[in-house]
Design a binder for this molecule. Structure first.
Ligand code: NAP
Ligand code: ZN
Length: 353
C-alpha cells in the first residue's frame, strides 16, 4: 500500500512521561477510499489519557497525543464512503481500525478484542507509520466503520464522553443483564462511574454508589443512585455485605477490591473497568465463598457503541461536564488525580485554533 498524502494539523502532546502536554503539530492523512475526515469540536478527558500520557501502562511512545472521546463535524469523505457526508455530526471513540474481514471477534461486533485492533491513540498507524494520535487535535481521519452517528437532540459537548465513559459502563451493565430486581453497586463516582449510575438507573436496577468523597453524596443521588455509601466508613460498608448481584468497579487507583467482593451475594459478579497502574491482590476465599466471579470489560464494539448513543438520544442521557480550554489540560489532569471532576472535563477544541 502506498503511503497516503499527509497534512499537518495542530495538536497537544506529551514529549515524555514527566512532561506536561504542550502545543505541537501532527500529520493526518488525506482521506483514502473509506475514510472520513472530521473537524474535532469537543474531546472528553478520560483518566486513561492521563495513564497513557504518563506511561503508567508501559506502552506509550512519544510524542503522545491522548483523547478518545471525540465529536465533531465531517469535513471530507473518501469516494467509497456511504455512511457520512460533509456537514454531518460524527463521533470517534477508542478504536480506529481492525481487520474486519478475517477476525472472528470483529465479525461478532467485538472489535475491541481483536488482536488487530488499533487504538485511537498509542496504536500502530498502518497508513502513516508510527503511533496513532488521539483527539487532542484539530481533526482526525478514520475509516467509516469506526465512525459513529451522534444523536442530534443532545448537547454535543456532553455527548463526547459517551464515546468512552458511556460505552465502557453501558456494555458490562448490558452483558451482566442489569435491570429490574437487581441490586447494583458502582464504585468510584468519576467520569465512568457517573455514567454507570445513569445507565444502571435507566435499566431499572436498584443503584448504590460507593465513593471515597463525602462531598459527592448529594450528586450521587441526583445522578440516579438510590443509596450512597462512603467507603471509608466501615459501618456503612458492613450494612451492605453479601447483598449485591453486580458491582462495577470504576476506580483509577490502588484500592481494596476484596472489600467489594465481600459485598456480593452468592453468584454475584464484580467487573473491573478501572485500570490502575499496579496489580490488585485478590483473596481466593473472597471468590470461593459464594461462587462469586471477578471479570473485566473493555469499552464496547462499534455496533454496541452506536446502540448506546441511540439509547442516550432516546432517553435524553448525556454526561455532566466541565468545559475547559486546551491549555488547561495539565491543570485538569492534576484535578482528576484529586478526584475533583464533576464529572468529566471536555475540551472545547476551538481553543486550539
Ligand atoms: P476518574 O474520572 O478520575 O474517576 C475515578 C474515580 O475513582 C474517582 O473520581 C474516585 O471516585 C475514585 N478514586 C480515585 N482514586 C481512588 C482511590 N485511591 N481509592 C478509591 N477510589 C478512588 O476516572 P475515569 O475516567 O472514570 O476512569 C476510571 C478508570 O477506568 C481509569 O483507570 C481508566 O483508565 C479506566 N478506563 C477503563 C476503560 C475500559 O475500557 N475498561 C475505559 C475507560 C477508562 P470517588 O471520589 O467517588 O471515590
Ligand atoms: Zn477512555
Amino acid at each position: 500500500m502506498s503511503k497516503p498524502v499527509a497534512r499537518s494539523v495542530k495538536a497537544y502532546s506529551a514529549a515524555a512521561a514527566t512532561s506536561p502536554l504542550a502545543a505541537t503539530t501532527i500529520p493526518r492523512r488525506e482521506p483514502t477510499d473509506l475514510d472520513v475526515q472530521i473537524e474535532i469540536l469537543f474531546c472528553g478527558v478520560c483518566h486513561s489519557d492521563l495513564h497513557f500520557a504518563r506511561n503508567e501502562w508501559h506502552f506509550t511512545q512519544y510524542p503522545a497525543v491522548p483523547g478518545h472521546e471525540i465529536v465533531g463535524r465531517v469535513t471530507k469523505v473518501g469516494p467509497k464512503v456511504t455512511k457520512f457526508k460533509p456537514g454531518d455530526l460524527a463521533g470517534v471513540g477508542c478504536l480506529v481500525d481492525a481487520d474486519l474481514s478475517s477476525c472472528p471477534y470483529c465479525k461478532k461486533g467485538l472489535e475491541q478484542f481483536s488482536p488487530t485492533m488499533v487504538g485511537t491513540y498509542g496504536g500502530t498507524d498502518k497508513h502513516l507509520g508510527g503511533s496513532t494520535f488521539g483527539g487532542y487535535s484539530e481533526s482526525i481521519v478514520v475509516d467509516e466503520h469506526f465512525v459513529l452517528s451522534v444523536p442530534k437532540n443532545l448537547d454535543l459537548a456532553a455527548v463526547a464522553p459517551l464515546l468512552c465513559a458511556g460505552i465502557t459502563t453501558y456494555s458490562p451493565l448490558r452483558h451482566w443483564k442489569v435491570g429490574p430486581g437487581k441490586k447494583v453497586g458502582i464504585v468510584g463516582l468519576g467520569g465512568l462511574g457517573h455514567m454507570g449510575v445513569k445507565f444502571a438507573r435507566a435499566f431499572g436496577a436498584h443503584v448504590v454508589v460507593f465513593t471515597t468523597s463525602e462531598s459527592k453524596q448529594a450528586d450521587a443521588l441526583r445522578l440516579g443512585a438510590h443509596e450512597v455509601v462512603v467507603s471509608r466508613n466501615a459501618d456503612e460498608m458492613a450494612k451492605h455485605a453479601g447483598t449485591f448481584d453486580f458491582i462495577l468497579d470504576c476506580v483509577s487507583a490502588d484500592h481494596d477490591i476484596n472489600a467489594y467482593l465481600g459485598m456480593l451475594a452468592v453468584d454475584g459478579n464484580l467487573t473491573l473497568v478501572g485500570a490502575p497502574e499496579k496489580p490488585l491482590p485478590v483473596a481466593a476465599f473472597g471468590l470461593i465463598m459464594g461462587r462469586k466471579s471477578l471479570s473485566g470489560s473493555l469499552i464496547g464494539g462499534i455496533a454496541e457503541t452506536q446502540e448506546m448513543l441511540d439509547f442516550c438520544g432516546e432517553h435524553g442521557i448525556t454526561c455532566d461536564i466541565e468545559m475547559i480550554r486546551m491549555d488547561q489540560i495539565n491543570e485538569a489532569y492534576e484535578r482528576m488525580l484529586k478526584s475533583d471532576v464533576k464529572y468529566r472535563f471536555v475540551i472545547d477544541m476551538a481553543s486550539l485554533k
